[in-house]
Every structure is written in C-alpha cells, then in structure tokens.
Design a binder for this molecule. Structure first.
Ligand code: NAP
Length: 377
C-alpha cells in the first residue's frame, strides 16, 4: 500500500462487483474529493470494461484475483452478494488490501468473525458498509437517546421494504445467494437497534415465505430489559420505511426512510393517560398534509407538487407537532461520509472505524443468527 498520511494523494479504490450497489458507490466516489475510481473487477472482463467505461474507472479486471494483484489499489470495496463476502474479503487481506465490505457483512456471525480475525491478523483496515451509521440525523438520534432527552424509552419501531418482482434471477429472490427480507433488509433495523441500545436479551422472529423459496416478509421483536423493538422487513409488502423511538416524555420519528432520513421530528408525548385525541400530533399533521397536496390547484408538475408539498408539510409539522423538525444538511450523502471515514482510517493507519466498529458488526450478525433460529431457518 502506497498511501501515507503525509502524502495527501488520492486513495485509489478497487471495486469488486458490477451490480446495483457497485454503480451507486462508484457514482458517489466520482464526486468525492481524495477518492480515485481506479479499478473494477467482474467475473467477466467484458462486464468490468463496460462498467469502467460507464463510470470512468481507469482499470478493468476479469476477476477479483487480478484486481488484487494490482499494487496501485489502496482499498477494495466488496459489492458482491453476501455469500461471496467471506471469500472476497479473505482474498483481499491475503493480498494486503484494506476492505470496505457491503452489508450484510456475512451470512452468519461465525463467517463475520473469520473476516474480522483475518483483518486483525493482517493488521488491515476492515469495515462493514453500513452507511446509515454515518448519517448525521442517525447520529443526532443516538446522542438524544444517550443524554436521556426522550425520558424512559420503552419502544422502538421500524419498517423497511423494497418491493421486488418475482424474478428468480434477482439476488434478493435467490435462496442460493441468501436472498430474502430478513438478512437483506432486516439487517438495517437490527443494526439501528444495536446502534441505539446494544445487544438485545431476547429475539423473536416470524417469516412469510415467497414461492421462490426466500422469506418475503420478516417480523422481529427484540427485547431489552425495559424496552422492546418491533421491526418488519419485506421484499413484497409496501412498507413506510419510517422508524420511531418512543420515550416517556418525547419521541423521535425518522422518515420517510430511516436508513437515509431527510428529516427527523422530535415531539412531546402528551401526559398519560393518553386519550384518542392525544395521539402524537405528527400523525394528524401528516394526514392533513396529504389533504393539502390534494387541494393544491397550482401544482402543475411533479416537481411543483413535491416542493410545495415539502414546504407545506414542513410548516404544518412545525406548528402542529409542537416539536423540533430537523432536516438533514443539504447534500447529505451518507455513502460519501462512509467512504471518507474508510479513507481517513487507511491514511491514519487505523484498522477499524470507531463509528462502525467490527465488534458491532459481529454482534448484529449474532442477533441475526438468533432471529433465524427463532424463525426456524
Ligand atoms: N448499502 C446499501 O444501500 C445496499 C443496497 C443494495 C445492496 N447492498 C448490498 O450490496 C451487495 C451487492 O448487492 P447488489 O444489489 O449490488 O447486487 P447485484 O446487483 O446482484 O450485484 C452483485 C454483483 O456481484 C457480482 N457477483 C460476484 N459473484 C456473484 C454471484 N455468485 N452471483 C451473482 N453476482 C455475483 C456480480 O458482478 P459481476 O457479474 O460483474 O461479477 C453482480 O453484479 C449485497 O451485499 C447487498 O446486500 C447494499
């Protein structure tokens, strides 16, 4: 590795995989100062070359091994299906390369431990690409929880979905690639729960299976001493994507997607007993906002509608929720923040990130193992 903290030359990234997430990561790197989109590897040279042309990558390789032989690659981003992560990461460490590996980091906690052990033996940087943890509103949420701003927290709820067509070639629909809602999407609420509250005492999980042999919907209950987390992940049902952390005095709502939230609402919880009319005001405000959208005659285009909707909704929520409505800073890109942390660690010779530590990654997969066993898979 030719990078040193003193030479501020760009960090040369090698990307393994040419799928959906590899494209998204490459787009972000192309606008990230200090990062160079240097190399890409595919199982076929043609796909690597096509990706390289599309994304302006300097070198294209027909295998992960060929990319790892290139001395100029400073760090590897592993964007293959989860069933490949252990082998790809171990190959990287064998070649002396630090790694940023996509979520889920591994299929099981045992596999994750193998990867972590190998990175530590090689004294090489390794991090799970759970970019949610780099989002400023998630970090603010954690701080509010930590300082007790919500009172006694009794409940965390979250749901997440990406609606999939029943395509047997789609990674998420393939049992041989460990597709399905629990591992692919359930990892996010489990990681959120660990981020805020640590390891749960008990895990319950139930699944609805898809005819293609993967779990289409997974419901989870994570129990802590005075707190429960209820989570749903689905590749079939259209869920909201929101999360709520509910304390005795305040609640935090993150939406419309808790993994990449444009807004966070901190609102007061009415005094108990909670009557029907005292349901958190944000809920009423949101349904009123929908009525506002329907009543805007001057919104001619979709963009008009969206910007009008945003400002109307913000104004209403601010007034009606009697809470603090915070937007993510303009231009927030948590993937970039994650890549920057990886580059900072590599430059500083650190082997792991304090924001996304390897012990947390393994703990989350232990909870995932318990969820699978509770669901009898
Ligand atoms: N953090 C996020 O927001 C996010 C979002 C989506 C996915 N992900 C994660 O990113 C990883 C990749 O997901 P994706 O959605 O990009 O998947 P994808 O579109 O199916 O791409 C995966 C790529 O991996 C390569 N690959 C290597 N071995 C493979 C094999 N045996 N079968 C299929 N492909 C293989 C393929 O590239 P070649 O054919 O060129 O070799 C393929 O294009 C997964 O771990 C997923 O959970 C993360």
């Amino acid at each position: 590795m030719s990078v040193s903290p003193s030479t501020q030359q760009p960090i040369r990234w090698g990307i393994v995989g040419t799928g959906w997430m590899a494209e998204r990561f490459a787009v972000t790197l192309s606008t990230t100062p200090e990062a160079q989109l240097y190399a890409v590897a595919s199982r076929t040279l043609e796909r690597a070359e096509s990706f390289a042309r599309r994304r302006g990558v300097s070198k294209a390789y027909g295998s992960c091994e060929a990319l790892l032989e290139d001395d100029s690659v400073d760090i590897v981003y592993v964007a293959t299906p989860v069933t490949r992560h252990r082998e790809d990461c171990l190959a990287c460490f064998g070649a002396g390369k630090p790694v940023l590996c996509e979520k889920p980091f591994a299929v099981t906690a045992a596999e994750a431990r193998d990867i972590v052990d190998a990175s530590r033996q090689a004294s090489l940087f390794c991090m799970e690409a759970m970019w949610m943890r780099f989002h400023p509103l998630l970090q603010q949420t954690r701080e509010l929880v930590r300082i007790g701003a919500l009172g006694d927290i009794g409940l965390i709820q979250a749901e997440i979905s990406t609606r999939k067509r029943p395509d047997p070639h789609d990674r998420a629909m393939r049992p041989d690639l460990e597709g399905g809602a629990l591992l692919d999407l359930g990892i996010y609420p489990i990681s959120l729960s660990h981020y805020l509250f640590g390891r749960p005492d008990d895990v319950v999980a139930r699944l609805k299976m898809h005819p293609l042999g993967v779990d289409e919907t997974a419901s989870l209950v994570l129990s802590y001493p005075n707190l429960i987390g209820t989570f749903t992940a689905s590749i079939g049902a259209g869920l909201s994507g929101k999360a709520a952390i509910i304390g005795s005095t305040r609640r935090i709502d993150l939406g419309p997607s808790f993994i990449n939230p444009p807004w966070m609402l901190v609102s007061e919880i009415p005094e108990a007993p909670v009557r029907q009319s005292a349901v958190p005001q944000a809920v009423h405000a949101e349904s009123r906002a929908r009525k506002i959208i329907r009543s805007i005659p001057y919104a001619r285009t979709v963009n008009d509608l969206i910007s009008t909707w945003r400002s109307e909704l913000d104004a209403r929520l601010k007034v009606e929720a009697k809470g603090r409505f915070t937007h993510a800073p303009p231009g927030t890109n948590a993937i970039r923040l994650e890549a920057e942390e990886a580059m900072r660690c590599v430059r500083e010779g650190r082997t792991e990130s304090k924001i996304m530590p390897l012990s947390d990654t393994v703990d989350v997969l232990e909870t995932m193992d318990r969820a699978r066993s509770a669901a009898r898979i």
